[in-house]
Design a protein around this ligand. Structure first.
Ligand SMILES: [Cu+2]
Length: 153
């Protein structure tokens, strides 16, 4: 007589186990995961600075000794001009590649993906103070540094 009872208990146990597992999956995907993947909260003024800052890769930049990234060592300020756009005005493809792997905690990895062809741009939103020395992969004599500081106001 104990046969049916124990298999009944076994069935209920299995159902409880399945419900428990589904509940943890739902909890994990809808609460835990989004929380851990969420980007740090950044002030709206930093996400939408007053103006863009343009660094031009000037015509003739490919020739060693010529100016290349212009301006070459600018300082930009958070909330003012922390969105930086590199614009390739040369007739050769170039890159913007950090000297050492570098990332911004909001925007992620810094550096152009592959080359920027003539006329193309690469933009990056800096959200925290940092100094990033960078260069061009095909033309390592092309070097620049971008510095990001807190706004004084
Ligand atoms: Cu180059």
């Amino acid at each position: 007589m104990s046969g049916p009872t124990s298999s009944h208990a076994y069935g209920i146990g299995m159902i409880a186990l399945i419900i428990g597992m589904s509940a943890s999956v739902v909890f994990y995907t809808s609460f835990y995961l989004p929380e851990s993947l969420a980007k740090p909260s950044v002030s709206d003024h930093i996400l939408h600075p007053e103006e863009d800052f343009i660094i031009e890769i000037v015509p003739g930049a490919v020739v060693e000794g010529n100016p290349n990234y212009v301006p070459n060592k600018p300082v930009v300020a958070l909330t003012v001009n922390n969105k930086v756009i590199w614009q390739n005005n040369d007739d050769t493809a170039h890159t913007v590649t950090p000297d050492h792997r570098h990332s911004d905690s909001y925007s992620g990895e810094f550096g152009s993906a592959g080359v920027m062809k003539p006329g193309e741009t690469y933009e990056f939103l800096f959200t925290e103070p940092q100094d990033v020395p960078y260069h061009c992969t095909p033309h390592p004599w092309m070097e620049g540094t971008i510095s990001v500081e807190l706004s004084r106001f």
